[in-house]
Design a protein around this ligand. Sequence first.
Ligand SMILES: NC(=O)N[C@@H](CC(=O)O)C(=O)O
Ligand SMILES: [Zn+2]
Ligand SMILES: [Zn+2]
Length: 349
Amino acid sequence: MDTTIPQTTLTIRRPDDWHTHLRDRDVLVGVAPYTARQFARAIVMPNLSPPMTDVAGVAAYRDRILAALPAGTDFTPLMTLYLTDSTDTAEVERGFADGVFVAAKLYPAHATTGSAHGVTDIRNIYPVLEVMQRIGMPLLIHGEVTDSHVDIFDREAVFIERTLTSLVADMPELRIVFEHITTEEAAQFVEGAGPNIAATITPQHLHINRNAMLVGGIRPHAFCLPVAKREKHRLALRKLATSNCDRVFLGTDTAPHAKHLKEAACGCAGIFNAPFALESYVTVFDEEGALDRFEAFASLNGPAFYRMPVNEDTITLEKAPVVVPEVVDCNGTMIVPFHAGETLNWRLA
Ligand SMILES: NC(=O)N[C@@H](CC(=O)O)C(=O)O
Ligand SMILES: [Zn+2]
Ligand SMILES: [Zn+2]
């Protein structure tokens, strides 16, 4: 007879989100409070239009984020620089030294939403990466090749083979976050890597496989990049997230797009998971019998890798049903959240 009493509350240090898209203007005002409600800090991606490619632009964007939040909100945006083929090494060094941004983001050109100005060949930014390696500045990577001959479901695994492995060999001291990993190959790569290689995992890649997107009709709200893969990959990610690997941490990749832009003949990639992100993640850890590992994933491993203090305050999650709305009005833009219409079994107390 199992006499264990199921755990019904979980109190952990306040978490941070190490991968978010907060957008700009009216949508920023609508979506940023959802992230700020759950997280103390968030790494803010720079793939705006136009992208955030210089110190002044990033500083101005940070000010717009702070101005978009209700007065008294306790939230720190951690900014990032968007790398292009022509990024200036001095600009990178200056912005990092001044604390304007904490990392730089590599988007292979045309790999994902807002990557048109991304890097066409990683060799073009080797001088920048050498500076980042020297100053200890993390490189955040959207890890997919864009070669049209490579199947979209293989693009992450091929990126490891063709780009990441040689990058790590060429720059062993470069601190790298392999963002939003989606495959068994990526999980194995990160697990077997040294202390300078970390990864983030999204809630959707722990919950869904590609069937969620394609069975019974095409479901645009389950579409993001990298695209969800087959079931064995989801299981590998769940195993890694709930393992003791301290280089793996929470990064939602919350990526809001208006409902009508996803429900279209060519729908945008990105899942808006900010409203119930912690509820979504903790459900996975509960299902895996790993509630005791959730604090490390959500609140400890990220700050350790980024060399920042952990948050002093705490949050409590409780096992109680919460119904996710079909759509959220984000300051006038209607956006469908991840888990729309479902009931999750944990809520933020
Ligand atoms: N994840 C996504 O599908 N979309 C992101 C971009 C990204 O993180 O690749 C977005 O900005 O919409
Ligand atoms: Zn990405
Ligand atoms: Zn992203």
